[in-house]
Write a protein that binds this ligand. Structure first.
Ligand SMILES: [Zn+2]
Length: 141
């Protein structure tokens, strides 16, 4: 995304530095449409993982939910094994997604939890809004 903001180029560089250091949300660098697309994509993986969770329960694999990595990379097909408790915790918040370490995208999400197997990211901005709208556990229409 750095390339995008460079291309705009109408801000003095010292302002940019101050902006970054000030801890402003960097999602302002991502076009809304693109951020929404990311949120929608991750929500699709969440739907798949909800099925995996159901199956794991049906087969009484109580403490193992082998979900798909919920990162925003379209060609990622890696798996993460969560415990049932970890998975339930994760799904409690519609903007939280589990991804492999290094699969997070700082422009649309922030890391809220980290362990040796996976990290939990929280979506914000348009990306987060899309994730809330598409939450299978609290669909309101
Ligand atoms: Zn991934």
């Amino acid at each position: 995304m750095r390339g995008l903001s460079d291309a705009v180029g109408d801000e003095p560089s010292d302002h940019q530095t101050r902006f970054r250091d000030g801890g402003f949300p960097t999602h302002q660098e991502v076009p809304n449409e693109q951020a929404r697309e990311v949120g929608r994509h991750q929500s699709l993986f969440r739907e798949v993982n909800e099925r995996i969770d159901e199956l794991a329960e049906a087969f009484e694999l109580r403490d193992e939910v082998p979900i798909l990595c919920e990162c925003a990379t379209t060609d990622c097909d890696e798996r993460i094994v969560l415990t049932q408790a970890e998975y339930d915790d994760l799904r409690r918040s519609p903007t939280h997604f589990a991804v492999l370490p290094g699969h997070e995208i700082p422009t649309v999400e922030r890391v809220v939890e980290r362990n040796e197997r996976f990290i939990v990211v929280e979506k914000f901005g348009e990306s987060g809004r899309a994730a809330i709208e598409l939450d299978p556990r609290r669909r309101v229409r």
